[in-house]
Design a protein around this ligand. Structure first.
Ligand SMILES: Nc1ncnc2c1ncn2[C@@H]1O[C@H](COP(=O)(O)OP(=O)(O)O)[C@@H](O)[C@H]1O
Ligand SMILES: [Mg+2]
Length: 219
């Protein structure tokens, strides 16, 4: 892809500009984007704010090119304050969890993003847009809330002091607004992070300390 300008790189994917309107998002380790693309198309039809999917082929997705920046970048540049960011995250959870499940027969099951944190939200001219649906699944809504809180907590106990400060404040603000997840769902989130290949061994070693920062209710 030497000929395409690299726009951004995440943990799993490189994102190249195809033109003014489209990006190519490619998984570096390969893989298949078919189910991710199908879910994204479904969510877009439901009115949830995600980039349009133009094509899916193996590890590649061709997506609508979003303007703006990630919510994390916007927070670091002091264009979005912590309370506004927490409002956005809670609202994006609530809107997602208001949608019916696609596959599950369990009426309580919801579409879950399971990686909904400030680097997977873009602040655009059409409002906040959620990207990176790789981990999406169906299940109880509070598992998604537990996962966002746990990810913020991981950064809050992480090595970068500036990020840790933002994450601490972000976690506090998020937890003031979101209904606390059941303790069992935090344990599930912890289990998922423990086996997530995107996390290093060093990061996995901080998970229990991070989980201690997450407020839960019984159940
Ligand atoms: N549709 C898009 N338009 C513009 N930039 C994007 C788009 N999708 C992703 N990006 C940029 O690429 C980065 C990585 O994308 P992401 O889907 O989160 O991949 P990863 O799984 O590697 O985290 C994002 O943080 C964002 O900066
Ligand atoms: Mg990402």
């Amino acid at each position: 892809m030497a000929d395409l300008p690299l726009l951004a790189s995440g943990r799993d994917a490189d994102v190249f500009a195809l033109d003014e309107l489209r990006v190519l998002r490619r998984y570096r380790q390969g893989g298949d984007t078919a189910s991710e693309a199908a879910l994204m198309r479904h969510l877009r039809t439901s009115g949830y704010p995600i980039p349009a999917v133009h094509a899916s082929d193996g590890p590649d997705l061709v997506l609508e090119r979003l303007d703006g920046e990630t919510l994390l970048a916007s927070m670091l540049a002091e264009r979005t304050d912590v309370d506004t960011a927490a409002d956005l995250l809670v609202d994006l959870h609530n809107r997602l969890h208001a949608l019916p499940p696609r596959f599950s027969a369990d009426p309580a099951a919801r579409v879950l993003h399971l990686d909904l944190h400030p680097q997977n939200v873009m602040v655009t001219s059409r409002g906040p847009v959620v990207i990176d649906w790789r981990n999406a699944a169906e299940g109880p809504a509070d598992l998604d809330v537990a996962m966002t809180a746990l990810i913020l907590a991981e950064v809050a106990v992480g090595p970068d002091p500036q990020l840790a400060g933002f994450a601490h404040a972000g976690l506090d603000a998020f937890q003031r607004r979101a209904e606390p997840p059941r303790a069992g769902q935090l344990r599930r989130a912890l289990g998922l992070r423990r086996v997530d290949p995107a996390l290093s061994a060093t990061e996995k070693a901080t998970l229990v300390r991070a989980a201690a920062l997450v407020h839960t209710r019984e159940g």
